[in-house]
Write a protein of this length. Structure first.
Length: 328
């Protein structure tokens, strides 16, 4: 799936004015969905001139990620003013680029208090090979040391895990070794690992449409009522609904709610609880969390919205009224 990004990345890579404008447009799209707070994540190195998933010796010297973060921050600040939303940033390390890991943490440290639109956390994206210490020691050690440094600096950590790996090793390593307080995806974790997350107060970021497109959710016959997120929610693991990359997956956060309510069969109260979980797990101050909780209570309906009753919608926005539910 990560190769799909290489199709369009050359169009934006190193184009700082365009990246700034795209950040403004991101705020606009969040406002259109009534999303009042977002933690947007991206790899500044992949978006920089010379950035590539392919590792090259001494490639770090050719990549200036600072100017990318600066451009995106300018765009987000313009967007916040125009559309009255709040957007902070999470910077991603890339599994196959261990040479970038320390620089990501440096960028996060320097911009951690640079509000508005500060960098509030770090992640490792593009696979889980870095958790395999035995087979990929060069990936493991570089990313482990970077996350260790982030933790020592008070930079929160959220990590992709349990999306492509088999068993619990990656999720366990992400939490116990790398210091993650949030897990991205986690569809393949066992019931035992779900309980471990619950006991450790680890938050899980699930992305329904993405889980299908990436193959993260394994199934023989697709039945949304068997999605692993349902078990997490009903066992009171801290879970939130997320869109992953809305442009790549042709979806939106609004659409993930529609799937959760209309296909998974979650109740409006369960979805509200997932939103409260998301707020509690957000990398923001207690006062900001209190403000967001108040907005949820004031604006989210207590009854299941009537528009969810239809079954004639697909997993993507463009599939509206085109495909029957059982075919999606």
């Amino acid at each position: 799936m990560i190769k799909a990004f290489e199709i369009f990345l050359p169009l934006v890579r190193g184009n700082l004015p365009l990246l700034e404008d795209l950040a403004v447009d991101f705020c606009k799209r969040q406002a259109q969905q009534h999303v009042v707070y977002t933690e947007m994540r991206y790899s500044p190195h992949l978006l920089a001139t010379g950035g590539s998933l392919e590792y090259k010796e001494n490639a770090t010297a050719m990549v200036n990620a600072d100017v990318v973060v600066d451009a995106i921050t300018r765009g987000l600040r313009r967007g916040q003013e125009l559309y009255h939303v709040t957007v902070n940033q999470i910077l991603c390390c890339i599994t196959w680029r261990p040479d970038w890991a320390n620089d990501v943490v440096r960028l996060a440290q320097e911009r951690q208090k640079d509000t508005p639109c500060a960098v509030v956390g770090v992640d490792i994206a593009a696979g889980e090979a870095h958790f395999d210490k035995a087979n990929n020691p060069h990936l493991y050690h570089a990313h482990f040391q970077a996350m260790k440094k982030a933790k020592s600096l008070g930079i929160p950590i959220t990590l992709h895990a349990g999306e492509v790996s088999v068993g619990d090793l990656c999720v366990k390593t992400a939490i116990d070794d790398f210091g993650a307080c949030r897990i991205g995806h986690g569809y393949r974790m066992s019931h035992t690992m779900m309980q471990h997350c619950k006991e450790r107060k680890i938050h899980v970021e699930v992305c329904p449409t993405s889980s299908v497109e990436t193959g993260g959710w394994k199934y023989n016959v697709k039945n949304w009522k068997e999605h692993p997120a349902i078990r997490m929610v009903r066992e009171h693991v801290s879970v939130s609904l997320n869109s992953d990359d809305p442009s790549v997956f042709d979806t939106s956060l609004t659409w993930q709610w529609r799937i959760a309510l209309g296909k998974m069969g979650l109740t409006i109260e369960e979805c509200k609880r997932s939103t409260r979980d998301a707020i509690d797990a957000a990398f923001i101050s207690g006062s900001e969390k209190k403000r967001l909780h108040g907005l949820v209570e004031d604006h989210v309906p207590h009854q299941r919205p009537w528009l969810i009753e239809t079954h004639s919608f697909c997993d993507r926005v463009s599939g509206v009224n085109q495909v029957k539910m059982e075919e999606c």
